[in-house]
Write a protein that binds this ligand. Structure first.
Ligand SMILES: NC(=O)c1ccc[n+]([C@@H]2O[C@H](COP(=O)([O-])OP(=O)(O)OC[C@H]3O[C@@H](n4cnc5c(N)ncnc54)[C@H](OP(=O)(O)O)[C@@H]3O)[C@@H](O)[C@H]2O)c1
Length: 256
């Protein structure tokens, strides 16, 4: 895709890298010369994914729940011990479930906000403290969602992802002079494992609601993530790039 050694000697952490979009991102970084860490909660599938990815280059899986600050600190310590530095953080881990707003329980609301907003913050703050601020360099890419028109049908994740979108802008300004860039990628509907948990009737005819008349692929999200993390985007920070086949501008599969 890009020059093969684009990320040579770069150390990359991809949260949620054991599956779907995160796996494709980890794969592409490895194909372009990086040393990659993947992190998620379930140790067994994480180890399997890391082993498979290691065929492409140096890759380790370290179990971590992004919602737990102590686990995030332990992850940073493990990366420091193994690689000595971190150059790129991809905050991809997350999850949500469809529900009309009035049926979201307090527990469900807190779970999604904790995962998709707080987890991203814990990870970003810790990796900045341990690596990026002392190194005076670093690049963060957040994988959010299509929150361009709100997120009717998943109000909790809309609120959480819009929070990350705003955090991207704040940190871009605060950390520009410290050599750190931070950007986001906002995927629309992507043919990925994340869609497995949605009831099939919600996904029926989904492509008809997207101007490009198809879902995106995991590779089509990975490419823009690599671009934003790379020197090709060295003057881009605080930006959210939509990868959605124009779905932010027209169409929604969720009935009102
Ligand atoms: N697919 C889409 O259409 C789409 C659209 C917009 C946004 N997104 C977002 O893009 C990201 C990747 O999506 P995907 O489709 O690849 O879904 P996925 O396969 O379900 O990937 C989510 C990953 O995040 C990890 N994860 C979830 N909660 C975690 C936590 N608390 N701590 C650490 N890891 C955690 C999961 O592993 P464990 O369960 O082992 O922790 C899993 O590997 C997600 O944030 C998703 O919400 C997806």
């Amino acid at each position: 895709m890009f020059s093969q050694n684009l990320f040579q000697d770069q150390v990359v952490l991809v949260t949620g890298g054991r599956s779907g979009i995160g796996y494709a991102i980890a794969e592409q970084f490895l194909r372009h010369g990086a040393r990659v860490f993947i992190a998620s909660r379930k140790a067994e599938p994480l180890a399997e994914a890391a082993e498979k990815l290691a065929a492409l280059g140096p890759c380790s899986g370290i179990p971590c729940d992004i919602r737990e600050p102590e686990q995030v600190k332990a992850l940073a310590a493990a990366i420091k011990a193994e690689a000595g530095r971190l150059d790129i953080l991809v905050n991809n881990a997350g999850g949500q479930f469809p529900s009309p707003a009035e049926y979201i329980s307090d527990k469900g609301w807190l779970a999604v906000i904790n995962n998709n907003l707080n987890g991203t913050w814990f990870m970003t703050r810790t990796m900045a403290e341990v690596f990026f601020l002392p190194q005076k360099s670093g690049s963060v890419v957040n994988v959010i969602a299509n929150v361009y028109r709100g997120f009717p049908g998943m109000a909790h994740t809309g609120a959480a992802r819009a929070g990350v979108d705003n955090l991207t802008k704040s940190l871009a300004v605060e950390w520009s002079r410290k050599g750190i860039r931070i950007n986001s990628v906002a995927p629309g509907f992507i043919q990925s494992s994340g869609l497995d948990q949605y009831p099939p009737h919600l996904l029926q005819g989904l492509a008809d609601h997207i101007p490009m008349q198809r879902l995106g692929t995991v590779e089509e999200v990975a490419g823009p993530v690599l671009f934003l993390a790379s020197p090709m985007a060295s003057y881009i920070t605080g930006e959210t790039l939509y990868v959605d086949g124009a779905n932010r501008l027209w169409g929604s599969p969720f009935p009102l």
